[in-house]
Design a protein around this ligand. Structure first.
Ligand code: NAD
Ligand code: UD2
Length: 320
């Protein structure tokens, strides 16, 4: 049978690479990426994968792709994913995170009659620091950074295109994602990628100290990247997800100190911690209610302990 074709923007990124790997089991996949943070090494060499170097903020790049392919699904993940970068360069970020989304939506709506779903990668950042917990999809929206503001505007556009033009769509608000190939290089990289890097450097006999911002009592909902992928595919394939927004998280909550202790036990390595001032604007607690996505069939397959074990196993091999 002929494979259906799927577009993944930002497919060479951390989450995109995992999504593409999974989609290639059933689909022909087209990746659009400008490799600003993504890497070709995040993508497998596969006969059903087409990589297109291009920029979502350039209308011409998008139009060419939609002229050349008829898509069954679009997963729009391309974004400046760093909150810090969005604060330093709000306009440049906006061109990708907002304008880029409108370009993709405009092209996708021309294929609305055959496109089965447009899935957008949004973020828990839309909730900001408003303290009511856990976060439901109906919780107050109070983004506090250009990144969060653009994510909320972009997801609102996606749902509006469903109402206005009949584009079938869903938006997913990811909580703190972790797993293999997450880049630890910036101080604003996901904390578990930084912890993983510290642990592996120590295992290799190098000096490594983890900078703990605040007292470690901050609470997060860490979700393993394969569970994000499963959630995205569920949203694409489910009819009940039409024109709705969903949290994707683990539903577990842990303080940073608990996570560090769990990781040390798994890796068999004690970390040296250097305590620093709490980061300005750091949210003390962030965790999700995932009842809405569970009602359409989502089940987390990884407890934090399982996810950390897998991540450690993968990354300790990658360091050798
Ligand atoms: P990432 O930086 O690894 O992936 C983003 C990808 O988009 C990269 O491959 C990058 O090269 C590409 N890209 C950036 N600007 C582009 C442009 N103008 N044109 C084409 N491609 C472009 O980040 P990630 O963690 O994999 O994030 C994927 C998506 O998930 C993003 O939309 C991000 O905002 C969202 N998200 C991530 C997290 C997380 O914890 N990692 C949490 C919430 C939401
Ligand atoms: C996450 C997202 C961010 C935004 C935000 C919205 C990631 C990587 N970041 O930020 O994009 O959506 O949620 O709420 O998913 N920490 C340390 N030491 C370190 C690094 C971090 O102590 O070296 C602390 C940090 O101060 C924070 C916690 O660990 O309290 C988690 O940090 P993070 O950067 O992984 O994620 P977060 O929740 O701040």
């Amino acid at each position: 049978m002929r494979r259906k074709t799927v577009l993944v923007t930002g497919g060479a990124g951390f989450i995109g690479g995992h999504l593409v790997e999974r989609l290639l089991q059933n689909y022909r996949v087209v990746v659009l990426d400008n490799l600003s943070t993504g890497k070709m090494t995040n993508l497998p060499d596969h006969p059903h994968l087409d990589f297109i170097f291009g920029d979502v903020s350039q209308e011409a790049d998008i139009l060419t792709i939609f002229e050349n392919y008829q898509f069954s699904y679009v997963y729009h993940l391309a974004a400046v994913a760093s909150v810090a970068a969005s604060i330093e360069e709000p306009l440049v970020t906006h061109q990708t995170n907002m304008d880029g989304t409108i370009h993709i939506l405009n092209a996708a709506k021309e294929q609305a009659s055959t496109l089965q779903k447009f899935v957008f990668a949004s973020s828990a950042a839309v909730y900001g620091s408003e303290p009511t917990l856990p976060k439901h999809e109906t919780s107050a929206i109070a983004p506090i950074t250009p990144y969060g503001i653009d994510k909320y505007a972009a997801e609102s556009y996606v749902l509006a295109y469903s109402r206005l033009f009949g584009l079938k769509s869903s938006a997913a608000r990811f909580f703190n994602v972790y797993g293999p190939r997450q880049n630890p290089q910036s101080p604003y990289s996901g904390v578990l990628s930084i912890l993983t890097d510290c642990i592996n450097r120590k295992i290799m006999g190098n000096e490594a100290s983890f900078q703990l911002y605040g007292d470690g009592s901050q609470v997060r909902d860490f979700v393993y990247v394969e569970d994000i992928v499963a959630g995205l595919i569920l949203l694409a394939e489910s009819e009940e997800s039409q024109a709705e927004v969903f949290n994707i998280a683990s539903g577990e909550r842990h303080s940073l100190l608990e996570v560090i202790a769990m990781y040390e036990l798994i890796a068999g390595e004690k970390l040296s911690l250097t305590q620093r001032e709490e980061r300005a604007g750091d949210i003390h607690q962030s965790y999700a209610d995932i009842t809405k996505i569970e009602k359409i069939g989502y089940r987390t397959s990884h407890t934090l302990k399982m996810g950390l074990r897998k991540y450690h196993e993968y990354s300790s091999k990658a360091y050798v």
